[in-house]
Ligand binder design. Structure first.
Ligand code: ATP
Ligand code: MG
Length: 411
């Protein structure tokens, strides 16, 4: 059983809105064990929608369309499905009466074009839409099934989850496609691939690495008769990946680096403070995004400008002598905030993410990360490439990663 998704709307092609519904539908299809083989986006043009649908129908068992079910002249999905399935449109009287009543009751003037929403291909069944005027459609002909869903989120989401998903589950039969993501830090994508090469040829589960900013995600995907069976296929592969990569695997699925670190510190009853310059509070933001972090993460300072570094941390002479982007400054920042907040650990980040070298002559991308533990202070010098945001995100990643490494090393 294969499927394709067709998103309809010129505004999608113009980049004015982002297609968030297609990924939602892709996840639903996977959960129903239906392999989504292609996704297409097409503008509000009858011929092109028909052409796209015909191509999708020539390859897939199930086609899901998104949008273009409204009353206006650019809403052409219904018409296109009828043409692509060699069918004709008919009006469902009951729906038209319902629409007319709804308009009258809500004080809207009835415009004749609204009657288009009561039309359906003759092979179609109506999917009721309790959240809007345009109903959805499920059209079955010649062994193919086309689902048509409305575009507005408040209509799409409930229809997709509550009404279409159960039908897709039936079509998909007894199978699910289930994934688990292993999150890997401190090892590049190609090294990860090399270390787990022996697992990547398997067909069920499949293993695939994806590079993210500052980390690598390994997706293990199994196809099986139930989620539980899929998990049972995934478990031994996860163990093999962990055996190959060790502590570099810091979490699974939605566990990000900050939550892994907070969990680790909380379990050990230890605390952390930060002093940030270049990242402007980004590290603090990430650490405070974890609910219940306050036992482990105490807080910190945002000391962007040299005078503020002195005013809040008392490290003016060091900044004057060595410059704000320096090993010495990173060390002083971290030690000062740890003393002030009396924590087990402290992290500092200072660096140059600007377009040019700073006054101290440090190149763009140069970052110093200071980490204080009960055993002393270390400073890590890194050079990152990329746009400003990449440099800042990578600095945060490395800071969290280094602290995690040092914490894990301690008894
Ligand atoms: P309406 O009855 O409101 O005309 P419709 O089913 O005809 O609904 P569209 O006209 O294609 O849907 O889109 C209406 C709105 O729905 C868009 O302006 C957009 O906000 C949202 N929308 C449409 N398609 C998508 C999509 N693929 N992802 C996210 N939002 C979407
Ligand atoms: Mg519309």
């Amino acid at each position: 059983m294969t499927a394709e998704i067709v998103s309809v709307g010129t505004e999608l092609l113009l980049g004015q809105i982002i297609d968030t519904h297609a990924p939602t539908m892709a996840r639903i299809l996977a959960e129903c064990g239906i392999a989504c083989k292609h996704r297409a986006t097409v503008g509000d043009n009858l011929d092109r929608i028909v052409e796209t649908l015909r191509q999708a129908l020539s390859r897939a068992d199930v086609v899901v369309t998104i949008g273009g079910l409204g009353p206006t002249s650019d809403d052409l999905t219904r018409d296109a499905i009828a043409v692509a399935m060699d069918d004709t449109l008919e009006t469902v009287e009951e729906i038209e009466q319902k629409l007319r009543r709804w308009f009258a009751q809500n004080g809207y003037q009835w415009v004749e074009s609204n009657a288009r929403q009561a039309q359906k291909p003759t092979c179609a069944e109506i999917i009721p839409n309790p959240n809007g005027t345009a109903p959805g459609l499920v059209c079955r002909k010649n062994g193919k099934t086309v689902f048509a869903l409305p575009g507005p989120r408040g209509e799409f989401d409930p229809m997709a989850y509550d009404q279409v998903k159960p039908m897709l589950e039936t079509l998909g039969g007894q199978s699910v496609i289930h994934s688990r993501v292993l999150r890997v830090i401190g090892v590049g994508e190609s090294s990860v691939e090399e270390k787990i090469q022996h697992l990547m040829d398997a067909e069920n589960p499949t293993v695939a690495p994806y590079a993210q900013t500052g980390e690598v995600h390994l997706r293990i995907t199994a196809k099986s008769n139930s989620k539980e069976e899929a998990e049972a296929l995934i478990d031994p592969v996860e163990q093999q990946v962990r055996a190959a990569l060790g502590d570099a695997v810091y979490g699974t699925d939605l566990t990000d680096l900050e939550s892994a670190l907070i969990q680790l510190l909380t379990a050990r009853g230890e605390t952390l403070a930060v002093a940030e310059s270049m990242t402007g509070g980004g590290l603090g933001k990430r650490l405070t995004s974890i609910e219940g972090a306050s036992n482990a993460f105490r807080g910190g300072v945002l000391v962007y400008n040299a005078q503020v570094k002195d005013a809040l941390l008392g490290i003016g002479p060091i900044v004057d002598e060595f410059g704000p982007v320096s090993e010495e400054c990173a060390k002083a920042m971290a030690e000062s905030i740890r003393n002030k907040l009396n924590t087990t650990y402290a992290i500092s980040i200072t660096g140059n993410a600007g377009a040019t070298s700073d006054t101290g002559g440090k190149p763009r991308g140069r970052v110093y990360i200071g980490i204080v533990t009960p055993h002393g202070t270390s400073v890590h010098e890194s050079s990152f490439r990329g746009i400003r945001d990449d440099i800042r995100t990578r600095a945060e990643q490395v800071a969290l990663m280094r602290l995690r490494e040092l914490v894990l090393k301690q008894a």
